[in-house]
Write a new protein. Structure first.
Ligand code: SF4
Lengths: 470, 221
């Protein structure tokens, strides 16, 4: 029987199954401070242990301030971080704390540490666990009860085998276009519920041409289309990720050879078919900008704010509520919308390549007057690397703030927040109401587009800025 | 977990699509490390006047509720079944969203559209907390919503034993068949702790672990 990539990974993790449910073994469990305290409490109450502490890894990211990581002033944030430290000590789980040199957003450090491997199952109490699917892992977010379940049993119950959704991305990205534009265009095309219940496999020449960083950006936002997980079959680019740079926990030597031989078989067999399928042409894309309060509310940077009666996947009432919240009028060109704050970072776009493409735009330019630009590396590793490449100098000379690693302004749990009605260009993944701070107005864009908004003070087609350089 | 066999109650209607978990419970409340206290925080940024929502460390203390928000209307008072539009609970995996709905007094959430009513993680979290997530076909859902709009006193009975949902409308009862995955149904009927159940599979888990290649266990060389 021909199998999809997903089938292969799913099948090798089945511990027990009946008609209605499957018990899956979970190879890697990633933990952060927000969704774990009640799970550890549950273990304590039931007198249970962590079954395989060597398969769980923790870090602190959501509550950590990015100006000075050590200075958590907010008592509730501090208590939450301290609870994780105490829980990891008590239950024997490895914690990558601030200043360890390895701390960062959980989905950025998993791959860096070599914990994320092709063909594995990876769970975390965080919906953006889909990021790790870029390596050909089956990776998905879970709730706190399930965090407790994995800690206790290293397994998780799943319903019936989920259906698959093949998303083929043909062509190639033009200069100035980024992986973020691909995934925003996909969500725009299929809707925020478009992949609900499905596991997506991204494939095609435009996906093959991407680095691991770019693939992670795409898989990261699978959840924004409602998908259970997003996956990309491993190839030379994937294998290079483990052979070119030392990944502390990845297999080495003979083990690595054996692993690579195995990873080469992880692909969808030729005649296998997906339950659903769409094709997107990367060559025809222009930079994407979200205008509303969910990530399917996306338009081209060259476009205008739509009429609320003409918004795909949204009723007129829903679209009117979004326009009102965003303070926008139909017919306004995107290029006339000013921004107050620019945030470059998050598990979507806080990796080294993202910072490089922002730096290309910032170099020799200044952040526009009245605009605040925050550049937040996704991990301590990314921060070190960016500094080694001198990117920090580019940002600081442009007048942007170069911060420490954390989730930062992706969500309002640490001091980096929008104030009511402030408008941001953000490289994160959610433009929900209040996501970056109560009343804040978020527009999702690529790192290059965010940098362009920072230097121009309004949304700008980054291709025009790049053309000035030629 | 409290078993769910049958439940009869009044209904609150929130006819919005794509209600995300940031809306159900804003991120600042996720700083709580307790599993309780989330009821008053449900929809906090929609439910209270600006600046009058509770602080994370004092959920019971809040200012004036906004009278227009559907769950604040007098007819929603005391409702124990929440009726919502499609793709409810999309976005983050935070179980706090389910805790907030359940602790605000709801035993079931009824969403619009088969296989389209709930985001996956929210749905799983709901089952794990004994909150029944039910998806109705668009026509059944519309009939229910119409009945609620016609009379705010409409009651609904959900019978998990017989898999029916009955709308006790002004013109008599209307019975609809419902689907609940069998494993989840049994767990809800019996109020089972799913970890205890899983640990009965210990031998199978150990067998799987023995079959894993050694390089799958992370070690620092
Ligand atoms: S960066 Fe944002 S989306 Fe990613 S883990 Fe942190 S809060 Fe979640």
């Amino acid at each position: 029987m021909p199998e999809t990539l997903f089938d292969k990974v799913w099948n090798r993790h089945i511990v027990a199954a009946d008609d209605a449910a499957t018990l899956l073994y979970i190879d890697r469990h990633l933990i952060h401070e927000v969704t774990s305290p009640q799970a550890f409490d549950g273990l304590r109450l039931a007198g249970r242990k962590v079954r395989r502490p060597e398969l769980s890894f923790a870090t602190v990211d959501h509550n950590v301030p990015t100006e000075n990581q050590l200075d958590i002033r907010e008592p509730m944030s501090r208590r939450q971080v301290e609870a994780l430290r105490a829980n990891c000590r008590e239950f024997g789980v490895t914690l990558y704390d601030v200043k360890s040199g390895r701390q960062g957003i959980v989905h950025v450090i998993g791959p860096e540490l070599g914990l994320t491997l092709p063909g594995t199952t990876i769970c975390c109490g965080d919906s953006h666990t889909s990021t790790h699917g870029a390596f050909g892992a089956l990776a998905f977010g879970i709730g706190t009860s399930e965090v407790e379940h994995i800690l206790a049993s290293q397994t998780l119950w799943q319903g019936r085998r989920p259906p698959t959704f093949g998303i083929e991305v043909t062509g190639s990205l033009a200069p100035g276009l980024e992986p973020k534009d691909i995934i925003l265009a996909i969500i725009r095309a299929i809707g925020t519920g478009g992949a609900t219940g499905h596991v997506i496999e991204y494939y095609g020449p435009a996906i093959r041409a991407l680095s691991m960083e770019g693939r992670m950006t795409i898989c990261n936002m699978s959840i924004e289309a409602g998908a259970r997980a997003g996956m990309i079959a491993p190839d030379d680019v994937t294998i290079d990720y483990y052979t070119r740079i030392d990944r502390p926990f990845a297999p080495k030597g003979k083990d690595l050879d054996a692993a690579i031989a195995d990873w080469r078989m992880l692909k969808t067999d030729d005649p296998a078919s997906f339950d659903r399928h769409v094709t997107i042409d990367a060559s025809s894309l222009v930079p994407q900008v979200t205008w509303g309060t969910n990530p399917a509310m996306t338009i081209d940077v060259t476009g205008v704010i739509p009429d609320p009666g003409q918004v795909p996947f949204s009723s007129r009432e829903d679209a009117e509520r979004a326009l009102e919240y965003m303070g926008l009028k139909p017919g306004t060109p995107v290029s006339e919308i000013p921004v107050d704050v620019v945030f470059i970072g998050s598990c979507t776009n806080g990796r080294i390549e993202d910072l490089r493409s922002a730096a290309v735009v910032f170099k020799g330019r200044k952040v526009a007057q009245g605009v605040r630009a925050l550049i937040v590396p996704g991990s301590e590793q990314v921060r070190d690397q960016a500094q080694a490449e001198g990117l920090d100098r580019v940002f600081i000379e442009a007048g942007a703030e170069w911060r420490e690693a954390g989730c930062s302004m992706c969500l309002a749990m640490n001091p980096d927040k929008l104030t009511p009605q402030q408008r941001s260009a953000s490289t994160s993944n959610r433009n929900f109401e209040g996501r970056q701070g109560p009343g804040g107005r978020t527009h999702l864009v690529s790192p290059a587009m965010a940098a362009a908004a920072a230097v121009m003070g309004k949304f700008t087609d980054v291709r025009t800025l790049l053309a000035e350089r030629v | 977990m409290e078993p769910f066999v049958t439940h009869r109650g009044r209904v609150a209607l929130l006819d919005w699509s794509d209600v995300n978990t940031d809306l159900i419970i804003p991120a600042r409340y996720l700083k709580r490390i307790e599993r309780t206290g989330y009821g008053p925080l449900l929809f906090a940024d929609k439910r209270y006047e600006a600046g009058k929502a509770p602080e994370a460390d004092a959920p019971e203390v809040h200012g004036t509720p906004l009278p227009d928000f559907p769950l604040n209307r007098p007819e929603a008072e005391g409702a124990s079944i929440l009726v919502v539009g499609p793709n409810f609970g999309c976005g983050s995996s935070r179980e706090h969203a389910v805790w907030a709905v359940a602790q605000a007094g709801f035993r079931a959430v009824v969403a619009k559209g088969k296989d389209a009513g709930f985001a996956d993680i929210f749905e799983g979290n709901a089952y794990n907390n004994g909150l029944l997530p039910l998806e109705l076909s668009t026509s059944d859902w519309d009939a229910l919503a119409d009945a609620i709009r016609a009379s705010a006193q409409t009651e609904v009975t959900i019978d998990l034993q017989n898999l029916t949902l009955t709308v006790h409308g002004s013109s008599g009862d209307r019975v609809t068949k419902i689907d609940v995955p069998e494993g989840q149904r049994q767990r809800l009927l019996q109020g089972l702790d799913f970890i205890a159940e899983t640990l009965q599979h210990d031998a199978e888990i150990s067998r799987h672990e023995q079959g894993r290649p050694a390089w799958l266990t992370p070690t620092l060389a």
